[in-house]
Design a protein around this ligand. Structure first.
Ligand SMILES: Cc1cc2nc3c(=O)[nH]c(=O)nc-3n(C[C@H](O)[C@H](O)[C@H](O)COP(=O)(O)OP(=O)(O)OC[C@H]3O[C@@H](n4cnc5c(N)ncnc54)[C@H](O)[C@@H]3O)c2cc1C
Length: 625
């Protein structure tokens, strides 16, 4: 790492000035950890730049209009009057992106919630159905079903469930073992099947009807199919989110919770707390550009509507990029070392369309008694792409439950009691709906004046707009739908994660990276851990650079800290990948490359044999809203 000129010039008592680019959970987590009071660190002043008008990124909540409703129950309670209940507008909220967390395993998130006094989360109904579109097969996972009947005819049969649990425990065990470090899901399934010939038929069934469909319903699925995904990437999700443990004897019972009033309410609370209690400020509608040079770190904003000329660039001691890897590459105008370009360029992105609606046909089991919180279509082969899933929001928000506010462990707990909100109109959120949803079934958003759609509605690049199913979501569009972008969790991404720590700081010790792509599956908890890690690195401390949740694995040589073991491409392909990334960025006028790198690029270009990959051709929209 090079000499820190900026730091040397600073008065040692002056606060460290850090710009964070990106106001999603990763940016907020970094801000929290950077500004945490400490006797060993200088005080830190943080400015968060967010491109859109609201914080949260992939956490995006909408208020939806469900028409008018006469609240009969309320009228019955009102004994003072015989008036029939008047019809009133009926609205509900829905998360289109991030919507739940497991209180048992998201220990850091749980601690910060406690710290800032955020308690607006409740247990969701953790049930699932797996079904074929033709209705020939329905399997429900009903362990957490508290209200309504679990029909034994469609419930996952006991033998299959036991085989599934045993398989998942073995897989959770395996990810802690270096032998399985480069295993795909399919390799593990095949090996397991060979080792357990007595249950081979059940393994086939669990693979086709439960495992692959479920992985295909995860937002970070690899578009080459779930079978090709790294085993540890997939199991990382199952361990954290669904509570599978190595060595456990029983099926997991995760404490999955949703955020009351949506994930954005949690983000708002956290952001407000940071503003009130720490030296953190926010600049919204600020798509930042970054220059990290020996002369210092600068953040500038492109000209804004209504303003003449460019606002002046702000100087900082350090910059933390808390965006997606490709957005970081676009935003950094100077300071991308070849290592950084190589790392960022390895991370691929995919997109998903999220729609809130009331249309059940094809998206949910034909038998409505088999509707569950998570409804996953059983698909096979190439039909498994892309990521698809439909949530019954009434179940996710546990309409049928009553609550005690403080359970024995201090967290809100569910109480079995009479139906509470049962019978309210059903509404759904589909991710990449398998069938076009007629417009009249798409819910409309109730938006504050001037509020723009969240997610990535306006900020896809031209390349990304060629993704299958793309259609623009207009600012004035009041349909409750948006696009999300997520990194594909393939081996390239896992390699990028492992290579990142040695590149943190950049050439001038002033450019750092965090974000969902940097750690595991990019779940909220992982973003939080990454925020803690990057804060340590900013202060020049060794971070906790582990990439797997099994402690056994972290002590193994295969998971040695960065710098000692680094995933390497062959020299040729490494050079090619780096060149393509740097060239794409430089052609778009986004990068300033040193003369030496430019000469090396020219040399490499002449010897490169492989033609540049041309972007996919636009295809007809698959899902219409
Ligand atoms: C559909 C979906 C559902 C998910 N559900 C869950 C879930 O239920 N539970 C869970 O734990 N995890 C879930 N995740 C994972 C989730 O993405 C991560 O937990 C987390 O939201 C990622 O946060 P982030 O801050 O890294 O990125 P993002 O949330 O994407 O935030 C990045 C921010 O950077 C901003 N930005 C980009 N470029 C610039 C620029 N140049 N200048 C300024 N700002 C910029 C963007 O506008 C954005 O706000 C889900 C992900 C997706 C896609």
């Amino acid at each position: 790492m090079s000499h820190d000129t900026t730091r040397d010039k600073r008065d040692s008592q002056a606060p460290l000035r850090v710009a964070i680019i990106g106001g999603g959970i990763s940016g907020l987590a970094a801000a929290y950890h950077l500004t945490k009071p400490s006797t060993n660190r200088p005080p830190c002043k943080v400015v968060i730049y967010e491109a859109t008008d609201h914080l949260g990124g992939n956490a995006y909540t909408v208020q939806v209009d469900l028409g008018e409703r006469r609240d009969v129950l309320l009228a019955q309670e009102n004994t003072a009057t015989d008036d029939p209940a008047p019809a009133r507008p009926f609205t509900r909220w829905a998360d289109l992106g991030v919507d739940d967390f497991n209180l048992d395993t998201y220990t850091h998130i749980a601690a910060i919630m406690k710290d800032i006094g955020f308690t607006a989360y409740r247990p969701l109904e953790d049930t699932a159905s797996f079904f074929t579109r033709d209705g020939s097969k329905v399997l429900t996972a009903d362990n957490e079903l508290r209200h309504g009947a679990s029909n034994p005819q469609v419930r996952i049969p006991k033998a299959l469930d036991e085989a599934y649990q045993a398989f998942m425990r073995a897989a959770a065990e395996a990810v802690g073992c270096p032998h399985y470090h480069r295993y795909t899901v399919q390799q593990f399934v095949d090996e397991y099947r060979r080792k357990h010939p007595d249950v081979a038929t059940l393994v086939d069934t669990l693979r086709d009807d439960l495992l692959y469909p479920r992985i295909s319903a995860m937002y970070f699925v690899d578009d080459s199919g779930p079978e090709h995904m790294p085993l540890r990437a997939v199991m990382n999700y199952y361990i954290l989110q669904e509570g599978f443990k190595s060595g456990a004897k029983q099926a997991p019972s995760p404490k999955r919770n949703y955020f009351v009033e949506g994930a954005e309410s949690w983000i708002r609370c956290l952001a407000g707390w940071l503003e009130d209690n720490r030296d953190v400020s926010f600049i919204r509608n600020a798509r930042a550009e970054v220059r990290a040079t020996a002369g210092g770190a600068r953040v500038s904003l492109p000209p804004q509507a209504g303003l003449r000329g460019n606002p002046p660039a702000e100087h900082f001691d350090k910059i933390v990029m808390a965006t997606h890897a490709d957005d970081a590459l676009r935003a950094i105008r100077e300071g991308v070392t070849q290592d950084i370009a190589d790392i960022l360029g390895r991370v691929r992105y995919t997109s998903s369309l999220a729609v809130a609606h009331t249309y059940a046909a094809n998206l949910l089991p034909a038998d409505r008694n088999a509707w569950r919180t998570y409804n996953v279509t059983i698909r096979k082969g190439t039909a498994m792409k892309p990521y698809r899933m439909t949530y019954v929001m009434n179940r996710l928000q546990n309409d049928a439950a009553e609550w005690v506010e403080d359970g024995p462990d201090g967290h809100p707990e569910i109480k079995t009691g009479p139906y509470n909100r049962f019978g309210l109109p059903q509404f759904f959120v589909s991710l990449n709906p398998v069938t076009p949803i007629p417009d009249e079934y798409v819910l409309r958003v109730i938006r504050q004046p001037g509020q723009t759609p969240g997610g990535y509605a306006k900020h896809f690049s031209e390349d990304e707009q060629r993704l299958p199913g793309w259609h623009a979501i207009d600012e004035a569009d009041d349909r409750a739908s948006t696009w999300f972008k997520h990194n594909v969790l393939d081996f390239n991404c896992l390699d990028a994660q492992e290579m990142l720590d040695s590149a943190q700081g950049g050439d001038h010790d002033n450019l750092y990276f965090t974000g969902g792509w940097c750690k595991g599956a990019g779940l909220h908890e992982e973003c939080w851990l990454m925020g803690e890690h990057v804060a340590k690195r900013v202060f020049g401390e060794p971070g906790d650079d582990t990439h797997c949740f099994d402690p056994k694995a972290t002590s193994d040589a295969d998971y040695a800290p960065r710098g000692r073991r680094r995933p390497e491409l062959s020299a040729g392909s490494r050079k090619k990948s780096r060149n393509q990334t740097v060239r794409r960025a430089s052609m778009a006028g986004m990068l300033v490359i040193s003369p030496a790198s430019r000469a090396s690029l020219r040399r490499d270009r002449s010897s490169e044999r492989c033609a540049a990959v041309s972007p996919a051709r636009p295809t007809a929209a698959r899902a219409r809203v």
